[in-house]
Design a binder for this molecule. Structure first.
Ligand code: IMP
Ligand code: MG
Length: 203
């Protein structure tokens, strides 16, 4: 089978969809401004990422490390009907102060478990790059190999450079919710990657 390594889909400069154009949960229209990437496109793209990962790791010992909570939905979508055996774990990362620019604390990882594994970190979105930079430093020289897979990337916001092998979509510098991504714990359930109305932040 042909396995071309795909380029991320760049949705910057693409006209967003209106909430009237797709099915949305009842009661959510008062919060959502517009839809950046509909769920169907997210799922199609994840299928391609899964195929690339499955091909690249077929002779390796794949261990997927998902970052809670945002990447949980992406991780399980990525692993649906995965063609061979693998291991996975979900871990927590937190900003010490919760503030933008603050240092990032990585939750307990059983490093012993990752030795001799080919670890693929699965993240929902890369923004400043600090979360992944901290995690990579924490895991330095522990697994046999270490790569990153992210559903979304906001490269315009990057403060720390990180090499990302698999990227779903490149998005503009806007705060997005849906498909597992939240704002203050809300809107994770929203099916499409979307932008919130300004009023939501002013609540
Ligand atoms: P950073 O790359 O260290 O700045 O942080 C990335 C983390 O910030 C992600 O794992 C998300 O939890 C969160 N984040 C950044 N941008 C967004 C967004 O647009 N929506 C939801 N969460 C976001
Ligand atoms: Mg996250």
């Amino acid at each position: 089978m042909m396995n071309l390594h795909s380029k991320p889909i760049d949705v910057r400069g693409r006209t967003p969809y209106s909430i009237e154009q797709f099915m949305i949960p009842e009661g959510s229209s008062i919060y959502i401004k517009e839809i950046l990437i509909p769920k169907g496109e997210v799922i199609d793209r994840i299928e391609k990422l899964r195929d690339e990962i499955a091909e690249d790791y077929k002779d390796k010992d794949l261990f997927l490390l998902g970052i809670l909570q945002g990447a949980a939905k992406f991780l399980f979508a990525l692993l649906e009907d995965f063609p061979y055996v693998y291991n996975h774990q979900l871990i927590e990362t937190k900003s010490y102060d919760g503030a933008a620019g603050g240092p990032v604390k990585v939750g307990a990882i059983n490093k012993e478990m990752l030795k001799d594994k080919d670890v693929l970190i699965v993240e929902d979105i890369i923004d400043r790059g600090k979360t992944l930079d901290s995690l990579i430093k924490e895991l330095n020289n522990v697994p046999r190999s270490l790569e990153i897979c992210t559903l979304l990337d906001k490269p315009n916001r990057r403060e720390v450079d990180v090499y990302v092998k698999y990227t779903g979509f490149i998005i503009p510098d806007e705060f997005v919710v849906g498909f597992g991504l939240d704002y203050a714990g809300d809107f994770r359930y929203f099916p499409h990657i979307s932008v919130l109305k300004e009023e939501v932040y002013a609540r």
